[in-house]
Design a binder for this molecule. Structure first.
Ligand SMILES: Nc1ncnc2c1ncn2[C@@H]1O[C@H](COP(=O)(O)OP(=O)(O)OP(=O)(O)O)[C@@H](O)[C@H]1O
Length: 225
């Protein structure tokens, strides 16, 4: 993974959502923390081209994110509310949908759907209706749909939000076992406590870029100030 921010920032009119950032991300696990509205999601959306920089540019594995098609296939994004990203009513169909839209043939789609369901021990969810799933099951279904397409980089926006302790532990274990590169936005500090690199945002500025311990200390200071 090679993500480069070259003076990339985002403004909405006069409001600066993210002041220009210059950095390179290559670590396997990267955490992003900060208060509500501090710019975390804006930063993450720049990586898969969902948000375009107002200034500067973002290069992911050698490609500018303004080349949206290339980036979207490279970077999987799991949104804060996975129920909003599951498009088809039945889990199996939703997983297949992402593959179909990427041009895979029916036999390949069937094989990839089975493979991802096996990989995450999620076969029991295959025929379930997404709107009937619990929060943890929804996270699992969303992970299956996104990872079936084989992204190099996975971005998860608050993956343990609203989960009970059991489902939270399930998602944490899943994250630990993923071979993919992952960028995790979280208010759940324990989730990123072992990460080698954690970015802290405050008021649209990147205010710390450090190993988890130091970054979390910085965030606690901001939050108590
Ligand atoms: N499409 C938009 N139009 C206008 N302002 C926006 C837009 N998207 C984000 N913002 C603003 O940019 C700032 C940063 O938002 P962002 O979603 O990146 O914060 P966040 O750190 O992810 O917050 P949270 O923890 O609450 O999810 C906020 O002030 C937000 O209101």
């Amino acid at each position: 993974m090679d993500i480069r921010f070259e003076g990339a920032g985002v403004s909405y009119g006069a409001h600066v959502a993210l002041a220009p950032v210059t950095l390179q991300l290559t670590e396997k696990r990267i955490g992003i923390i900060g208060l509500n509205g501090s710019g975390k999601t804006t930063f993450a959306r720049l990586i898969n081209g969902l948000t375009k920089p107002s200034v500067g540019r973002v290069i992911v594995n050698g490609r500018d994110t303004t080349d949206a098609k290339a980036i979207l296939t490279n970077v999987g994004f799991i949104f804060q509310s996975p129920q909003n990203q599951i498009i088809l009513p039945v889990v199996r169909d939703d997983i297949a949908f992402g593959l179909k839209s990427r041009g895979f043939k029916p036999a390949e789609i069937a094989a990839k759907v089975e493979a991802v369901l096996q990989r995450f021990n999620a076969a029991h969810l295959a025929e379930r209706r997404a709107h009937e799933l619990s929060g943890g099951e929804l996270q699992l279904a969303a992970l299956c749909s996104v990872l079936a397409t084989g992204p190099d980089i996975l971005i998860l926006d608050e993956p343990t939000n609203q989960l009970d302790l059991k489902n939270r532990a399930l998602v944490q274990r899943l994250l630990e076992s993923l071979p993919e590169n992952a960028i995790v936005i979280s208010h759940d500090l324990e989730l990123v406590a072992n990460y080698e690199r954690v970015l802290v945002f405050h008021g649209g500025n990147l205010v710390a870029d450090a190993p988890a311990g130091e970054a979390i200390r910085c965030y606690r200071e901001i939050a108590s100030g």
